[in-house]
Write a protein that binds this ligand. Structure first.
Ligand code: UDP
Length: 459
């Protein structure tokens, strides 16, 4: 990558939680900073760092401990066990890493830490270096968690309708999944996301992978609380947006290997004819849900490209071919390349925040099938606020039936509503391009303000 020639470069340690949805935007933000002359060391957990492929050569990769060096989360077995141990061993090993880098003549000027690791800010303060919290989720969702931290939303929820500043009214069914079940695992995860706000008022910067125009009200409201709150997204490789970084063709640092042949398959399909389907990197579907999706896709009679991770393949119905006249199932793909392909018409998505931002950025309308966590609230926004999505109804067992999915695909692909959604998605795409533009875009200006402050503090 071409970087600006600068005598003294500030050095940032970017600390990412292990997970594709965290590492993708954080590595992308890192690349933008490198492009502006900042030196980056990326750190994640020991086991996870070993699974990452294609980390760009100009970013050094280091690790800290989560206590599970032989299998990460899989070794821990539960979120409760994993998060409890990570909080204990993460901070001292982060301290060791900072000391090691200083001894090697590479002192750190700033830690950009994943907001779900707020203890990294305490470490930054201990060393007297800048601490920037990086939020990988939608700010509206974060606002819900912040109100739990303030004690203004109680868990379990008693109200059927939630009213929060600068947000539409939310029904219980629009709230993140942790409010629905409240078992031990949900509570452990709720603790993680609410904990993001435990010390955020002491952070020097609060950065969020979103853009001002997407949610002006919440952004304005949040900036009043944390004056150093800035939207700096969407953090998506340049080639799909502003083309500022020439060789920036994909995120880099994937824990899965893409099946590139799906691109050739797409090349051979008519423009706007393919339904792309993915449930992201984490969510498991149960066998019944998998069967209903499989038959819904088949019965829609449209072309489909479906990502079914290796760990999920066993749940596909026995009579369902991975390659057929209409469909192709792959274990992983470059989602950005797929979404920007001319033959892709729409995206059946679980509404992970990155997938949400990617669909908006590339102007692809969605059919929303949220499963878990913030996905539920993201889906509400996609359908009712940003008006780029069709919601597939669920039955009393919370399953999307094949007929329901088939009908939504037909509505998107064959009816006026699909055209409206596409037009809306294209309008969001142009707002994204404006936000990241170096001609005064809101996110671009915020990134430059942050970069300039790094140069000032490292002198
Ligand atoms: N992704 C990908 N290939 C796939 C499926 C997903 O590259 O086959 C990427 C996708 O582009 C996104 C990330 O994985 O950047 C998933 O993050 P998201 O927040 O959407 O969901 P999560 O995996 O955290 O549930």
């Amino acid at each position: 990558m071409e970087t600006k020639a600068i005598a003294t470069r500030p050095h940032c340690l970017v600390l990412s939680f292990p997970g594709q949805g965290h590492i993708n935007p954080m590595i992308q933000f890192s690349k933008l900073l490198v492009h502006e002359g900042v030196k980056i060391t990326l750190a994640t957990t020991c086991f996870y760092s070993k699974t990452l492929q294609n980390v760009p050569p100009y970013i050094s990769l280091e690790s800290i401990s989560d206590g599970f060096h032989n299998g990460g989360f899989g070794e821990a077995g539960t979120f409760k066990a994993y998060l409890g141990r990570f909080c204990q061993v993460g901070p001292p090993t982060l301290v060791d890493l900072i000391e090691k880098l200083a001894k090697l003549g590479n002192p750190i000027d700033c830690i950009i830490y994943d907001s779900v690791a707020p203890w990294a800010l305490d470490v930054a303060k201990r060393f007297g270096i800048v601490g920037a919290s990086y939020f990988t989720q939608n700010m509206a969702v974060n606002s819900i968690y912040y109100h739990v931290q303030l004690g203004k939303i109680k868990v379990p929820l008693i109200e059927s309708e939630i009213s929060l500043p600068s947000m539409p009214k939310l029904q219980l069914c629009d709230m993140p999944s942790f409010f629905h079940n409240c078992d031990d695992e949900d509570l452990a995860l709720l603790g993680l996301v609410v904990g993001q706000f435990s010390n955020v008022d002491k952070a020097d910067w609060v950065l969020c992978n979103s853009f001002y125009e997407l949610d002006k009200e919440v952004t304005d409201w949040t900036t009043k609380i944390w004056p150093k709150f800035r939207t700096i997204g969407p953090n998506i490789p340049s080639v799909f947006l502003d083309k500022r970084i020439k060789d920036d063709e994909d995120y880099g640092a994937a824990a899965f290997k893409s099946e590139e042949e799906c691109m050739e398959w797409l090349d051979n399909k008519p423009n706007g004819s393919v339904v792309y389907v993915s449930f992201g990197s984490l969510v498991p579907l149960d066998e019944e849900q998998m069967r209903e999706i499989a038959y819904g896709l088949r019965d829609s009679n449209h072309y489909f490209l479906w990502v079914v991770r290796t760990s999920e393949e066993i749940k596909l119905p026995k009579d369902f071919a991975k390659k057929s006249e209409k469909g192709l199932v792959v274990t992983w793909c470059s989602q950005l390349k797929v979404l920007s392909h001319q033959s892709v018409a729409c995206f059946v998505t679980h509404c992970g925040w990155n997938s949400t931002l990617e669909s908006l950025s590339l102007g692809v309308p969605t059919i929303v099938v949220p499963q878990w966590s913030d996905q539920i609230t993201n889906a509400k926004y996609m359908v009712d606020v940003w008006k780029v999505g069709i919601r597939v109804p669920i039955n009393e067992k919370k399953i999307v039936k094949s007929e329901a999915l088939r009908d939504c695909i037909k509505e998107m692909m064959e009816c006026e509503k699909g055209k409206d959604m596409k037009n809306n998605a294209m309008q969001w795409k142009s707002l994204v391009l404006k936000a990241v533009s170096d001609g005064g875009g809101s996110s671009y200006e915020n990134i430059m303000e942050f970069v300039n402050s790094l140069f000032t503090c490292s002198q």
